[in-house]
Design a protein around this ligand. Sequence first.
Ligand code: HEM
Length: 471
Amino acid sequence: MNLLADVIIPIALVTVSYFLCLGISSLYRRLFPHLRHLPGPKNPHLLYGNFIEIAEDDTASTHEKWAEKYGPTYRLNGLLKANILVTQDLKAIHHILRYSEEVYHKPDVARAAISRLLGDGLLVVEGEKHKMQRRVMNPAFGPIQIRALTEIFVDKSLELRDYWMREIQKSSNKEVIVGAGLSKMTLDVIGRAGFNYDFEALSGGANSELSRAFAALFGSLNRTILDFLQNQFVIFRSLPANPAIRNARGLMDRIGNELLQDAKEMARSSEKQDGIGKSRDLLSLLMRSNLDNNLPDHQRMSDEDVLAQIPTFFAAGHETSSSTTLAIYMQTKLRQELLTVGTDSPSMDELSALPYLDAFVREVLRLHTPVTFIARAAVKDDIIPLKEPVIDVNGKTLKELHVKKGQLIQIPIKSVNKDKKLWGEDAWEFKPERWGKEPKAAHEIPGVWSHLLTFIGGARACIGWRFSVVE
Ligand code: HEM
């Protein structure tokens, strides 16, 4: 037998043909996507598609403008001309969130990018692993556990007040950048409440090693061509990551490991102490739940999985919380109510009893939602029902959408939260007074909190929503 002619060449030919077919079908899908006849904007950039408009719009209102022009369901051009279905039709959103485990996962590109930065934490994992992590982590984010963190939120607020006073005194014209202080405060909060670590951002202490690692990590996001290629194409992922990411990950893993060992020790010793002196940060609670005797071994998280939650909490909980800074500009009426509270350190019950504060928080998180849209990809063919039929560019009326495996989807959170059809003509205005008498239509928004899509809904809803609302 001639090894080359009888074995190697046929195998090589089959392999090449296989990859050629894959390449051609992928190219075909890109050039002639299934939902290409939906209405939508032109492609302004061959490489970045309509993402360039989203990135360049400082007001983050591109989706609102597109919805006004094309209706609740339309098509966008993604990276390298990928076809993206965008829908703010509530029936469609309900369906997509309901089947988030079976059909609608996060796109591979997004998962690869997050995973390279943060590891395989809750934001990244899918399927059984997600269910398992979520089961172990849910108890740490329960109402009682979050209520116990109120003291940290209040302490850090007082520190923020003192920080601003110092900054005002230092400033020659008595002006300060309020956002910078808020960002430091939410960093300190997630450090203390998340994993009992003091970043000392507000006090300017020396303990800034970890915050520098995080800053380097997020500053390096998609900065190089190699990053871009590694996020887009599997084949490039085996190449070494860029040095900023490598260094930051190394530092983070080292400090993360120390935090993990501390949390483990605490969890074990508090077991022995029968509840006395228990640490209440999220990581310790997570460790305790992971070590629970009633949890079957195969459902426990590995050290590596637990470690990945540290940067995950940080990334998911820091900038999201501080980007609600806009609240600061609309505070006059709120201050009047808060001044009626007779203490600088109110309890959760005292805060919950303030009706205007409650409406104010809802309105800030409705109008200034930090996560403006989420992305999904269908992992199998499916039919998405629509409340409002869409008329395609050929004049055909579609009452439901037939999506193929691989279809990319965006749910424009902010645009739903500001939809005039749901909230009325004043939907784009900041009006805390609307709460308590919201239109019935808004009640159909399938969000985990307050009929808003801010923290989305379903099995992949934000695990930290209570944390954020209380903070
Ligand atoms: C105002 C603040 C916040 C907003 C608006 C927000 C919003 C969101 C949204 C929209 C998602 C879904 C992302 C997606 O599936 O593509 C999400 C997921 C997540 N959030 Fe938040 N978040 C906030 C604060 C927090 C905080 C404080 C934490 C942790 C301490 C946190 C932890 C997470 C985690 C771990 C996930 C992934 C959940 C899963 O997939 O099961 N978030 N968040």
